[in-house]
Every structure is written in structure tokens, then in C-alpha cells.
Design a protein around this ligand. Structure first.
Ligand SMILES: Cc1cc2nc3c(=O)[nH]c(=O)nc-3n(C[C@H](O)[C@H](O)[C@H](O)COP(=O)(O)OP(=O)(O)OC[C@H]3O[C@@H](n4cnc5c(N)ncnc54)[C@H](O)[C@@H]3O)c2cc1C
Length: 535
């Protein structure tokens, strides 16, 4: 047997919170310093070898649909590997599905964002029901009676995977069903019908082409009623204790996100209750969409961080041509560039999360305009970043036993679901035009007085004028520049000079078609050292 040498040790156990300087600084800066102790405990839990293994197992043994029992009775159940339940239990115990609603306080959304940022790094599939449950609460509040009954369950922290009526359970999870076969983005084409049952409830008939996490206890669903497209609350069990008529037709065979079940479903007279005003379904459910879009930005930032952490760890331990990889000048350039991307994404994500903790005009503008912008650009950069980090590991990065293929396969999903790239950019145009005070709030966020950003900002301000802004064909360019400007402003204000200098040099004027193109004269060593997982 050959000797094993020049192979890095696994990056475990490690603490995903305390080892991540950028995350720790972001949490403190965005007013969730009080959560550090809890986040540190959670970071240690996520970094334990057992948890890391559970992340792998949940993906290696994907969920299985059980449509019928042995006699032919409908079951419509999905079975998960125990590892999935283990990860879900950790996430619920930490309150990642609901803590800002259960215990609202300054920094609550930021603290929760830090927890989900770490969850995504170990197991991304579980993030889906966690994000949807979190996002469902503002929409549910449009139906006070339902909220009164369900919020205590949604806020409970004891994960309960049993498929039984919710009132018998210790906690409950909520998903959503909007996308239909004939069109997802254009929700007005939804054909699912809602018919009044005569007792105040409705019966739903139709289908959903995507409905993820079908083992959630209830769903927010769009359907056409007499007054137009409306939002409904559809539990998996009826109030009479019967299985609701939600038939799971099949599970999607997805590129990634393997641990999570995403289903196609048919409603055959499914019991549901109206949420919000009849005919105002889209604005009602879109409130949920804002939170899940925030979660797409958090999740993708987390994916980038994990890819970078693995790449840096490998490069610190692997020797090529008599030097550690991390000391090879060209690899240092690649790693520093990845670190810039990761830090910029994290800084913007946590700034955005703070806007969900506040309610002044600035917070409202940031929530409305920057949520779709951040979702677009951060999610768009993630596949490139995870791929580049995979290459740092060489051939081993392409092998399933490293986490890199999983991160890479997961990377596109946050860009596609909850409004794909173009849709986010068109939403940015709309939001800038319609949100009072948007131009002034954005100007202040971008105004650092730093010369390097001034020229860029002047160009951006021109783009933000109505004449240019209304050109849909330029919506991606405008959104990219808005995000790069905001990221640069955050890094100039808060990051060490080597990071801000390099970001301005590389992203405000540079070529970011590939990583590792940073120009000469930057302190790459300082950037890499800051990003490397600290013990
Ligand atoms: C893993 C996964 C899980 C999902 N889970 C759920 C779920 O739980 N619930 C749910 O409701 N949905 C879910 N979805 C569906 C997802 O939200 C939709 O696929 C997405 O919103 C896009 O809708 P669509 O597939 O109908 O594409 P389309 O609406 O046909 O869009 C196709 C492309 O056209 C672009 N486009 C659309 N309009 C314009 C325009 N005006 N100008 C330029 N370009 C445009 C879009 O950006 C997109 O790139 C899930 C999807 C995936 C992949």
C-alpha cells in the first residue's frame, strides 16, 4: 500500500462562526452582537464531523415519494433519511425558521441570517423549508385567525417530522405553491381554481408544477377565485382530521438540492382558507417572496463562503513545486479574488438583513430595491465562485467525497427560484421608480467621499435617471453596477484597506470574467489571511 502524503486533513471539526472573521464582523456591525454566543455554539455544531456527515448522507440518500400504500390508498408522503431530520432538528432548535418573529428585537433578522448562512454551508436542501417557513409569517398575518392558531406552532423549536394533523404536533412548517406548468414568473396565468365551500372555506382544483418541501404542514398557494388571483392557506390535513386532497404526482429529479424534495402536485378539492383580500393574491404572497429572496442572497453568500473556506484550507496544506499552494503567487491571486467576492457578498447580505430589522425610510428602500438586486448579483456570482474554488482542490475537488461538487450543483438554484435573474433586475427598475425616497437613500448608501467610488457612482447615478432606467435591455447592467457600488461602499467603510483597495481596483474598473485577474500592487497576502478559516 502506498504512503498517503501531501493530503490536507479534513476541515473538521471547526467552528463556522468563530473561524469566520468577516461573518463575525458583519454580525456585530449590523447590530446583532448580542447573538455571538449562540452563534458560536451553533457554528461549533455545524462544524462537527457528525453534522458534516449528516449533510453528506442527506444528499446521498435523497427523499422517496410514497404515493399509495400497499392496498392502493393514497399516502402522498415523502420519506427522508434520518440525516435530513437531524439537520432539520438543529435548524429548528436554533430558531432559524422563525426566531425574529418569536423574539423580535434589534438585530433579530441579522442573527438569524448568520445562522442560516452557516446552515447553507453544511446542508443546503434543508434551507428550503426553513426559508419558506420564515417567509410565510408576514403573509399569514393577513389572516389573523389562522395566524393566531398557527404562529405558536411555527415559532416552536422542537422539530416534529410526523405526518399528522398540525394541532397534534409540537411544531409546524409552511411551504408555498405558486409556479404552474404554463408559467411561473407570470403568475397571472395561474389556472388553479378556488371554489367557495359555503362555510367560509374554499376547495382548490388544479396543479402546481413546483411545490418544494411537500411534507410541510401547510402551504400558501395562489388560485383563481371569483375576484381574481387570491392567496390561500392550505394545510396538509383538513380540520376533520382527513388527509387533504393534495396529491403528490412526482418528485423532481433536480441538478442539485438533492436532499430536499421538490414536487409536482395536483389539488383535487383541497381544503383551503383565504389569506388577505380576495383578488389581491400576488401582493399578499409577495411579502413572503421578499423574505425568501433575502434568503437566496444569504444562502448563496454561505455557499461562496464554504467553497472559499475549503479552497483556502486545501491550499494551506497542499504543496506543489516545493511550496504550499497558498504561497504560489498565481494561486494567491485566485484565492484573494474569491475572498473579495465572498466578503463583498457577505457584507451586502448582512447590511440587507439589517434593513429587515428596521422600519425607517432607508430600511424600506433597502428592503424593496436591494433585495432583488442582491439576489440577482450574489446568486449569479456563486456558480463561478464555487467552480473556481473547486479547481483549487485540483482533481480531488471534482470528487463527490469533497463537498465541492455538491456546492457547485447547488449554486444555480438560488438564482432560478423565487424570481430568476431577469425578473429580479426588472423588479429593481420598478422598485427604484416606485419607492418614495429611493434615489436619495441609495445616494447616501453609495456616498463614501472616496474618490475611487465617485466616478463609478456618477456613472451609476446617470443610469438611475428615468430615461436610462426605463430601458429594460439594460436592467442587468444597472443592477450589477448598483450592487458593485453598494459592495464597494461597504468595504471602503468597514473592511481593512487591502480588501477595499483590491475590490475597487478589480470590480469598479476591472475584468471579472474569471477569478485571479487582480492587478499588481495589491496586498493579496493580507486578503487571503483574513479570509482563511481561523482556528
Ligand atoms: C429547485 C426548485 C424549487 C422550487 N420550488 C418552488 C416552490 O416551492 N414553490 C413555487 O411556487 N415555485 C418553486 N419553484 C419554481 C421557481 O420559482 C420558478 O421556476 C421560477 O420562478 C421561474 O418560473 P418558470 O420556471 O415558470 O420560468 P419562466 O417564468 O418561464 O421564466 C423563464 C425565464 O424567462 C425569464 N423571464 C421571465 N419574464 C421575463 C421578462 N419579462 N423579460 C426577460 N426575461 C424574462 C426568467 O428570468 C427566466 O430566466 C422552484 C424551482 C426550482 C428550480
Amino acid at each position: 500500500m502506498f504512503d498517503v502524503s501531501n493530503q490536507p486533513p479534513p476541515l473538521e471539526p471547526y467552528n463556522l462562526f468563530t473561524s469566520d472573521v468577516v461573518l463575525r464582523e458583519s454580525v456585530k456591525r449590523e447590530r446583532a452582537g448580542w447573538a455571538e454566543e449562540g452563534l458560536s455554539t451553533l457554528g461549533a455544531t455545524f462544524g462537527k464531523p457528525e453534522t458534516v456527515k449528516a449533510g453528506f448522507d442527506a444528499n446521498r440518500y435523497p427523499p422517496v415519494l410514497r404515493t399509495l400504500d400497499r392496498y392502493g390508498h393514497r399516502l402522498d408522503e415523502v420519506e427522508f433519511h434520518p440525516a435530513w431530520h437531524e439537520i432539520m432538528a438543529i435548524a429548528l432548535r436554533a430558531g432559524l425558521h422563525s426566531s425574529p418573529w418569536a423574539e423580535p428585537k434589534p438585530g433579530a433578522h441579522v442573527a438569524r441570517a448568520a445562522g442560516t448562512y452557516m446552515l447553507e454551508q453544511v446542508e443546503s436542501g434543508a434551507y428550503c423549508p426553513i426559508a419558506m417557513t420564515y417567509g410565510s409569517v408576514p403573509t399569514l398575518r393577513h389572516a389573523p385567525e389562522i395566524a393566531k392558531e398557527w404562529l405558536p406552532r411555527i415559532c416552536a423549536r422542537e422539530y416534529d417530522p410526523r405526518f399528522i394533523p398540525a394541532h397534534e404536533k409540537k411544531s409546524a412548517l409552511v411551504g408555498m405553491g405558486m409556479t404552474e406548468n404554463q408559467g411561473g414568473t407570470d403568475l397571472r396565468t395561474n389556472t388553479t381554481r378556488a371554489e367557495p365551500a359555503g362555510d367560509g372555506s374554499f376547495r382548490l382544483y388544479g396543479h402546481k408544477w413546483f411545490m418544494s418541501a411537500p411534507m410541510c404542514d401547510a402551504f400558501l398557494v395562489l388560485a383563481q377565485s371569483a375576484k381574481g388571483l387570491s392567496c390561500f392557506f392550505m394545510p396538509r390535513w383538513t380540520p376533520d382530521g382527513e388527509r387533504n386532497a393534495v396529491h403528490i404526482l412526482r418528485l423532481k429529479d433536480k441538478l442539485g438540492n438533492k436532499s430536499n424534495a421538490s414536487s409536482e402536485v395536483e389539488f383535487d378539492g383541497a381544503y383551503a382558507q383565504l389569506v388577505g383580500e380576495e383578488g389581491r393574491g400576488i401582493p399578499t404572497i409577495i411579502e413572503m417572496g421578499n423574505y425568501t429572496r433575502l434568503d437566496c442572497a444569504i444562502g448563496s453568500s454561505g455557499l461562496m463562503r464554504q467553497a472559499l473556506a475549503q479552497g483556502l484550507h486545501h491550499a494551506r496544506h497542499r504543496t506543489v513545486f516545493q511550496k504550499k499552494l497558498i504561497d504560489q503567487p498565481l494561486m494567491e491571486n485566485v484565492l484573494a479574488d474569491l475572498a473579495l467576492e465572498s466578503e463583498a457578498a457577505t457584507a451586502l447580505t448582512f447590511r440587507l438583513a439589517r434593513a429587515y430589522d428596521e422600519d425607517d425610510e432607508a430600511a424600506q428602500v433597502i428592503r424593496r430595491v436591494v433585495t432583488p438586486a442582491a439576489k440577482f448579483w450574489i446568486c449569479k456570482r456563486t456558480p463561478a465562485a464555487t467552480y473556481e474554488a473547486m479547481e483549487v482542490l485540483g482533481g480531488s475537488g471534482y470528487i463527490e467525497e469533497s463537498i465541492m461538487p455538491r456546492l457547485y450543483r447547488e449554486a444555480p438554484v438560488n438564482s432560478i427560484w423565487e424570481g430568476s435573474g431577469n425578473v429580479m433586475c426588472l423588479d429593481v427598475l420598478r422598485a427604484i421608480g416606485r419607492t418614495p425616497g429611493a434615489a436619495e437613500v441609495l445616494r447616501k448608501e453609495l456616498d463614501t467621499g472616496d474618490k475611487r467610488l465617485n466616478t463609478f457612482t456618477e456613472r451609476l447615478q446617470k443610469r438611475l435617471q428615468a430615461s436610462e432606467r426605463n430601458d429594460e435591455s439594460q436592467a442587468r447592467a444597472l443592477t450589477r453596477d448598483l450592487v458593485l457600488g453598494l459592495q464597494a461602499a461597504l468595504l471602503i467603510r468597514h473592511a481593512p484597506a487591502p480588501v477595499a483597495d483590491a475590490f475597487c481596483a478589480a470590480r469598479l474598473n476591472g475584468d471579472s470574467a474569471a477569478f485571479g485577474l487582480l492587478p499588481r500592487g495589491l496586498d493579496l497576502r493580507a486578503i487571503v489571511e483574513r479570509a482563511a478559516p481561523q482556528s
